[in-house]
Ligand binder design. Structure first.
Ligand SMILES: *Cc1c(COP(=O)(O)O)cnc(C)c1O
Length: 389
C-alpha cells in the first residue's frame, strides 16, 4: 500500500488516445483548453501550464524579476523545489519556521524575521508559502506583511488543488501574485508530470508563457523590429523548453472534471482516520477555521507520550507492507543548503520537532475501509493497544 497514488479512469485513457490520433501531440489546442479550465475552476485570470511544478516555480521567480542579489524565503518544511527555484535564478534562499499544528509557514516567525531583515537591509524580494498537505496558509496575514515589507508572493500550492481559503479556491491568486499547482501522480490530479502557474496579471502571464518556450515571441508588439515575413519570430529573453504536451493536457482536463470528488473522498478518509486512530500518542491533523484542506497528505505525529519511538513505528508500518513516508527533511538540512548557507537547525525549533515526530500514512481516493483498518491495526498494535478490528 503506497502513501499516495494516481486514479486513472477509462475516460482519462480515451482522452489521451484521442489526442494521439489527432493532428497535434504538442502545441495544439489542449494545453490552452486545460489552462482555461484551471482558470474557470480557480477564478484566476491566466494560467501557464508546464512540464512540472518545478518549472512553473522557476518561471514564476523569473517573471517577478528574481536574480542575483535578491533573497527568497520559503517554508522550512517543504519539498526542495520550493527553494531550488530561487537558486536557479542566482538568488539567495532563506527559510521561515513552521506552525506546530499545521506545518505551514509560521506568521509570528515570519514577522520576526522580517523585522530583523529590515533592520539589516536585506528584506526578501519574494516569499513562497507552501500549503502543506493541502491546508491553506494564513494568506490574509502573509499578504498584509507583503504590503508592509514590500515583497511579492508565490503560493506553492502543489498540494492544494481543490483547497479553499475564506471565500475562494486556492489558485484564485486573491492574496498572491502567482500560484503554482503540481500534477505529479501523487498529487490531487495528475498529468503524469506537469504543473501550472496561475496569475491575475497579464504581463506576468505573458512573460511566463514566453519563457516557457525559449523566450521566443511571435507577437509583433513584443518584437524589436518589423517581421521579415510570415515565418518570423524573435528571442527576447533566455527561455527554456518547459512545455506541457497535448496528451498531458488532455489527461489533465479529464482529471480536473473529478477534482471535487477527489477532495471530498480525501476529506472522508481523513474523518475515518480520525475515528480509527484514537490514541493519545498520535496527534492527528487539524484544519483551521475558514479553510478547506485538499488532504494531499495525511500526516500524523507520534508525540512524547508514545511508548515507542517514531522510527520504530515507521519501520513496523513498512514491515507490514504500508509504504509510509516522511514529508519532509527540513530543506536547510539538505547537504546542498548546509554546504552553501550552513543554516542552524536551532533557528527552526518547530520544524525540528515536526521532523522527529511526523509520519505520512496512506492517503489517496481509492483507499478502502479495509485498507484504513489495516493501517490503524499496524499503528496501534505494536504498542499493546487493544484493537477491535
Ligand atoms: C511535488 C512538489 C513540487 C514539485 O512538483 P513537480 O511537479 O514534481 O515538479 C514542488 N513543491 C511541493 C511542495 C511539492 O510537493
Amino acid at each position: 500500500m503506497p502513501y499516495g497514488r494516481q486514479h486513472i479512469t477509462e475516460s482519462d485513457i480515451e482522452a489521451v488516445i484521442a489526442v494521439l490520433k489527432s493532428d497535434y501531440i504538442t502545441q495544439g489546442p489542449k494545453v490552452p483548453e486545460f489552462e482555461s479550465a484551471l482558470c474557470a475552476y480557480t477564478g484566476a485570470n491566466y494560467g501557464v501550464a508546464t512540464n512540472s511544478a518545478t518549472s512553473s516555480l522557476h518561471l514564476a521567480c523569473l517573471a517577478l524579476g528574481v536574480g542575483p542579489g535578491d533573497t527568497v524565503w520559503t517554508s522550512a518544511i517543504t519539498f526542495v523545489a520550493s527553494a531550488n527555484c530561487a537558486e536557479y535564478c542566482g538568488a539567495e534562499v532563506n527559510f521561515v519556521d513552521v506552525e506546530p499544528e499545521t506545518f505551514n509557514m509560521d506568521i509570528v516567525d515570519l514577522e520576526k524575521r522580517l523585522v530583523r531583515a529590515e533592520a539589516e537591509g536585506r528584506l526578501p524580494k519574494i516569499v513562497i508559502p507552501v500549503h502543506m498537505a493541502g491546508q491553506p496558509c494564513d494568506m490574509l496575514e502573509i499578504s498584509r506583511l507583503a504590503k508592509k515589507y514590500g515583497f511579492r508572493i508565490i503560493e506553492d500550492a502543489s498540494h492544494a488543488v481543490g483547497a479553499e481559503y475564506l471565500d475562494s479556491k486556492i489558485g484564485s491568486c486573491k492574496y498572491s501574485d502567482i500560484t503554482v499547482f503540481s500534477f505529479h501522480p501523487v498529487k490531487i490530479i495528475t498529468t503524469g508530470e506537469g504543473g501550472v502557474a496561475l496569475t491575475n496579471d497579464l504581463n506576468i502571464a505573458k512573460r511566463m508563457a514566453r519563457l516557457r518556450s525559449h523566450g521566443v515571441t511571435r507577437d509583433q508588439s513584443e518584437m524589436s523590429s518589423l517581421p521579415h515575413g510570415a515565418w518570423y519570430y524573435e528571442q527576447s529573453d533566455l527561455g527554456f523548453n518547459y512545455r506541457m504536451t497535448e496528451m498531458q493536457a488532455a489527461l489533465g482536463i479529464s482529471q480536473l472534471a473529478r477534482v471535487n470528488e477527489y477532495v471530498a473522498k480525501r476529506n472522508t478518509i481523513s474523518d475515518q482516520y480520525r475515528n480509527l486512530l484514537k490514541a493519545e500518542y498520535i496527534d492527528k491533523p487539524i484544519v483551521k477555521p475558514n479553510r478547506k484542506s485538499s488532504f494531499h497528505l495525511y500526516i500524523i505525529r507520534i508525540n512524547a507520550s508514545s511508548p515507542k519511538m517514531r522510527n520504530e513505528i515507521f519501520e513496523k508500518l513498512r514491515a507490514d507492507g504500508i509504504q509510509v513516508n516522511l514529508h519532509y527533511l527540513p530543506v536547510y538540512r539538505h547537504p546542498y543548503y548546509q554546504n552553501k548557507y550552513g543554516y542552524n537547525p536551532v533557528d527552526f525549533p518547530n520544524a525540528e520537532k515536526y521532523y522527529c515526530q511526523a509520519i505520512s500514512i496512506p492517503m489517496f481516493p481509492s483507499l478502502e475501509k479495509g485498507d484504513l483498518a489495516k493501517v490503524a491495526r499496524s499503528l496501534l498494535a505494536p504498542i499493546g493497544h487493544q484493537t477491535i478490528f
